[in-house]
Design a protein around this ligand. Structure first.
Ligand code: GAP
Length: 502
């Protein structure tokens, strides 16, 4: 885990108006964040990139915007009331509460960090032809790897069997201590439901308990029939939705990686029973390609196929991303069989079936789900883009190498000086470009400082107006990543920049 780098990234996100702690003037609210002037643009661009790829580019996928409040029986049917739990444990000395599974995962991560270091050492020793030391290091790697495998296997079994006593025993056996008190004085492990409950109606006393949705997916399932009928949809077809979700996470940390209020981009793809694994593979590859198309190198992604599946799933994988704190889940792709629709049939008493004219039969379709957190995607692109670069003159520049299509602003218009008619030309250029791009206009401070500010928010192009502009109506274009500069006629700017951005 690169803690210093991660701290720098969080500080940068705040300093440059991307992300602020929520309610900051009241000392903040744990695991809730606000997106500032640049953050909201980047977040909107991520959502648009997803929506285009899913809805616009697939003739058989349509959108939905369902309400956050839903009938409480939905959460009974989906299993969330009974089983959307995390195992929690308290340290009796620090009174701090932890997720038992996260304590174990962190322990595994520490061993994996050691493995990474030993592998690096082994590589060097191999390159230096130091055979004895190489063997020694390699031996340690194998030993640590065996430890990780053993813990993982036992951990998976305990989680699958909901064995809370076994989880506590494993924590004790691994000697896991509370990071605050340093002691191993643990309570028993208990289950904790993650849904936020509230009351519907103006009189809280007699009102029904309802939940803030913990996922957007159920809004899609309960609208399956509406969209299938009104959209005259034919299998296979998908319904996509972007919206807020809420989870009362016990351990909310790692900035916007795990939040209590967050946003999801989910798509449920309804297919003919028996065809689900073919579509599962299709979506696995298609979603990975969506990530790679941003130009972030492939080694930053990996699949983590689930060996143990939830009782309703017959295939599941995560796309993991290399965050500054290691590979973690970014997106989930699940083959959910007909579990959700069948449950809603049972609890609502309504038939949720598709009439298949080819076989003249009604059936409950099977479902492939793709689900990604907007905030987690934000953290992935933001942390990957953050770069501290040493320049030839010995100075450093901080540059956000964001994929251009996601950058909050595409162009900055910068008159070289705030006089001699240059600001007026700058305003004219701004008025032309703003029709096609998000543009920033800035005429304060030395040009070098303005370039740095634009680098720090990830603006791919700066357009500088200087005295030559008055003579030949050309401007200097400076590219963020290479810092290369060249002149272009104002009349060609829109077309040339559009070409480059595409
Ligand atoms: N409908 C399936 C579902 O919700 P999930 O694995 O619980 O599955 C899907 O969540 C995605 O939502 C995750 O891969 C992650 O990107 C995002 N996500 C989940 N919990 C989150 C949280 N507390 N904060 C931020 N993002 C979260």
């Amino acid at each position: 885990m690169n803690e210093d780098l991660f701290k720098q990234i969080i500080a940068h996100a705040k300093e440059y108006g991307f992300i602020f702690p929520s309610s900051e003037i009241y000392d903040g609210l744990s695991a809730v964040y606000d997106y500032g002037q640049n953050g909201v643009e980047l977040k909107n661009n991520i959502k648009q990139y997803w929506w285009k790829a899913m809805v616009q580019y697939h003739e058989n996928i349509v959108g939905l915007d369902s309400a956050i409040f839903m009938h409480p029986t939905i959460w009974k049917a989906s299993g969330h009331v009974d089983a959307f739990n995390d195992p929690l444990i308290d340290n009796k000395d620090s009174k701090k509460r932890y997720r038992a599974d996260v304590l174990i995962e962190d322990h595994i991560q520490k061993i994996e960090d050691k493995i990474e270091k030993e592998v690096e050492k082994a590589k060097k020793r191999f390159e230096n032809f130091d055979e004895a030391l190489y063997r020694q290091t390699n031996g340690r790697v194998l030993q640590y790897q065996q430890q990780v495998d053993d813990i993982r296997n036992r951990f998976a079994e305990l989680m699958n069997n909901n064995d809370l006593v076994g989880l506590k025993a494993l924590i004790e056996e691994l000697g896991i201590a509370c990071p605050i008190s340093g002691t191993r004085n643990w309570t028993d492990v208990r289950q904790f439901n993650l849904m936020f409950a509230t009351k519907l109606g103006s009189v809280a006393d007699g009102a029904d308990t309802i939940y803030l949705r913990p996922e957007t997916a159920q809004g899609i399932f309960v609208n399956f029939l509406n969209i299938y009928k009104t959209g005259r949809m034919k299998l296979p077809f998908g319904i996509a939705q972007i919206g807020k979700a809420f989870r009362n996470e016990i351990v909310a940390r790692q900035f916007i990686f795990r939040m209590r209020e967050f946003e999801q981009m989910e798509m449920q793809f309804f297919v003919k029973p028996g065809e689900e694994l073919k579509w599962f593979d299709y979506w696995k590859q298609t979603r990975l390609q969506w990530h790679k198309d941003l130009g972030i190198p492939a080694e930053n992604y990996r699949f983590h196929d689930h060996e143990k599946l939830a009782h309703y799933a017959n295939a599941a994988t995560d796309i993991e991303f290399k965050f500054p704190f290691g590979f973690k889940e970014l997106e989930g792709i699940h083959s959910r069989t007909n579990f959700d629709l069948s449950q809603h049939e049972k609890y609502s008493g309504k038939k949720l079936r598709y009439f298949d004219p080819e076989v003249n039969e009604n059936y409950v379709p099977y479902v492939i789900e793709t689900s990604i957190g907007v905030d987690r995607m934000f953290l992935a692109v933001f942390s990957h883009a953050y770069t501290e670069e040493k320049l030839e003159d010995g100075t450093t520049r901080t540059v956000l190498r964001l994929p251009a299509k996601l950058a909050p602003y595409k162009v900055a218009v910068l008159p070289l000086v705030k006089k001699d008619g240059l600001p007026e030309i700058g305003q004219e250029v701004f008025d032309v470009l703003k029709k096609d791009f998000m543009v920033q206009y800035e005429d304060k401070d030395a040009i070098g400082r303005r370039y740095r500010r634009q680098d720090a928010i990830g603006t791919p192009f700066c357009v500088t107006i200087d005295n030559q502009t008055k003579e030949d109506q050309t401007v200097t274009v400076r590219e963020r990543d290479t810092m290369e500069q060249y002149r272009l006629p104002i009349a060609d700017l829109t077309v040339e920049l559009l070409k480059k951005l595409r």
